[in-house]
Design a protein around this ligand. Structure first.
Ligand code: HEM
Length: 508
């Protein structure tokens, strides 16, 4: 296998420089030729590699299976990309039924191995970054957006230090201030909705999440500069998180890539000015920007302006899609179940008092029904459905070995577990059952353990619960003619399709 791998690597190296030369010649002349050259080369390499690898995979050594089952495809290069793209959940469920929790397939010339369910996915959380590597898969997307020197552009130990600095700024004292800021932003934003109507809930919540995150995580100076022009810059930056940016080479002169890079430069300039003013005048604020200005790495050196600006962009965008989609789905679940919505409103009064005074952090913690609605939304509509890693070394997944030993029994057991986990029954009213290993939603929504765990979880809870407490006090929500949005699988984070909701001002 080593020989085969090195043959393939040499092929890629030779091909890479061929493409580079070809591209140098065609750039500026003809984009189509460039794409054709790249595609032709990739098709040939993929065809060759597929033939070589297939012969290896189809003839595993006798005894226990060495490789996960590979789902065959008759479409060269694209493989299963189309059927997966159309309906990833159905594709994965079918594959799970047929092959069990661990299987591989090809899409756009790349082999993906899926680990489905908590048992199999444990490997992903517990492995070392040197073995299952995150930056190799995420950096293509994040580095052009956040910039260099941060997140997946640096070795993981450095990113871990940066995450620790950010985590210092996400503390309870800060959350207590955030609740008031988010409530104010929400009341202000929804003034434009008037007393009743039908509006795009996802669009509104996406705009509101940017405003609240900027106010809470960037500080008042940067928030005060957030006008329509800056909002457009964020939208252009955000346009960098696409399948195209992940799959296509970054140097392609695509309009979305150019807009992303221009927005990145302009936003950084805005942040530099604010950072320099704070440094110059020595004003000390109690916020995330100050935390980063005062932070140092283990060896004592401080963050550069560029690193601070990159971390601020990362902080804003890491929670943007996750929180806005989750809040929107939660709104549709509440609109679909009026009795649940009424109980959530009653909880506002029970926890905060009949007069519904301004919210505070301790009250939010006592809103257990609202909390379960949020958790159930995250379980049924997880914004990050798939976590990805590049396998740098051979890995054995416990379930594959176990599947060899006791195949039938094991597959049956995991199927039941998976169905249990994703069944559509809504558990808004009961606390999660204490079944070891599978029950707690965190186990499959936020990466509970490991070096890539989410640092924004508590902030996301504060943000979404404050927004929904405020909205429940303002309006009653209904589905428009009973329409509950379908899932839009074409976006990287699965958003609600046609997310229009009906609302009217609450009068009692
Ligand atoms: C509903 C909201 C959110 C959900 C569902 C969510 C989910 C996740 C998940 C599943 C991961 C693991 C990704 C992986 O292992 O590949 C993650 C990591 C992370 N999240 Fe969140 N997140 C949310 C909100 C936020 C917010 C608001 C922030 C920032 C304020 C944030 C910052 C991060 C960071 C920095 C990481 C670490 C990435 C790494 O170390 O590789 N998240 N999140």
């Amino acid at each position: 296998l080593k020989i085969l791998t090195s043959m393939l690597l040499s092929l890629f190296e030779v091909g890479g420089s061929l493409i580079e030369n070809a591209v140098e010649k065609v750039v500026g002349i003809n984009l189509t030729s460039m794409v054709l050259v790249t595609t032709a080369f990739l098709l040939s390499v993929v065809y060759l590699s597929k033939k070589i690898m297939q012969s290896h995979i189809e003839n595993p050594s006798p005894g226990c299976k060495k490789y996960p089952p590979h789902i065959p495809s008759s479409i060269p290069f694209l493989g299963h990309a189309l059927s997966f793209g159309r309906s990833p959940i159905q594709f994965l469920e079918n594959a799970y039924e047929k092959y069990g929790p661990v299987f591989s397939f090809t899409m756009v010339g790349k082999t993906f191995t899926y680990l489905l369910g908590s048992d199999a996915a444990t490997l992903l959380f517990n492995s070392k970054n040197e073995d299952l590597n995150a930056e190799d898969v995420y950096s293509r997307l994040t580095t052009p957006v956040f910039g260099s020197g941060v997140a997946y552009d640096v070795p993981n130990p450095v990113f871990l230090e940066q995450k620790k600095m950010l985590k210092t700024g996400l503390n309870v004292a800060q959350f207590k201030q955030h609740v008031t800021l988010i409530e104010e932003e929400t009341q202000e934003y929804f003034k434009r909705w008037g007393d009743s109507g039908e509006r795009n809930l996802f669009e509104a919540l996406s705009e509101l999440i940017i405003l609240t995150a900027s106010r809470c995580l960037h500080g008042k100076e940067i928030r005060s500069l957030l006008d329509e022009k800056v909002a457009q810059l964020y939208a252009d930056l955000d346009g960098g998180f696409t399948h195209a940016a992940w799959l296509l080479p970054g140097w392609l002169p695509l309009p979305s890539f150019r807009r992303r890079d221009k927005a990145h430069r302009e936003i950084k300039q805005i942040f530099y000015r604010v950072i320099q003013r704070r440094r110059q005048f020595g004003e000390k604020e109690d916020d995330m920007l100050q935390t980063l200005l005062d932070a140092t790495y283990k060896d004592g050196h401080p963050l550069s302006d560029d690193e601070i600006a990159g971390m601020l962009i990362g902080l804003l965008l890491a929670g943007q899609h996750t929180s806005s989609t989750t809040s929107a789905w939660m709104g549709f679940f509440l609109a679909r179940d009026k009795s649940l919505q009424d109980q959530c409103y009653a909880e506002q009064k029970a926890v905060c008092g009949e007069e519904l005074p301004p919210l505070d952090y301790d009250q939010l913690k006592d809103m257990s029904l609202l909390d379960r609605c949020l958790k159930e939304t995250l379980r049924l509509r997880p914004p990050i459905m798939t976590m990805m890693r590049m396998a740098k070394s051979p890995q054995s997944v416990a379930s594959v070995t176990r599947a060899c030993q006791k195949k039938k029994q094991f597959l049956k057991k995991t199927k039941q577990n998976l169905r249990w986990l994703w069944r559509q029954k809504l558990d808004f009213l009961i606390p999660p059952p204490p079944i070891a290993g599978h029950c707690h939603f965190k186990k499959f929504v936020f990466s509970l353990l490991g070096r890539h765990r989410c640092i924004g979880e508590n902030f996301a809870y504060v943000q979404i619960k404050t927004i929904w407490s405020t909205l429940l006090r303002l309006y009653e929500f209904d589905l428009v003619d009973g329409y509950f949005p379908k899932v839009n699988y074409t976006t990287m984070i699965h958003t609600p399709n046609n997310p229009v909701i009906r609302y009217k001002r609450r009068l009692y």
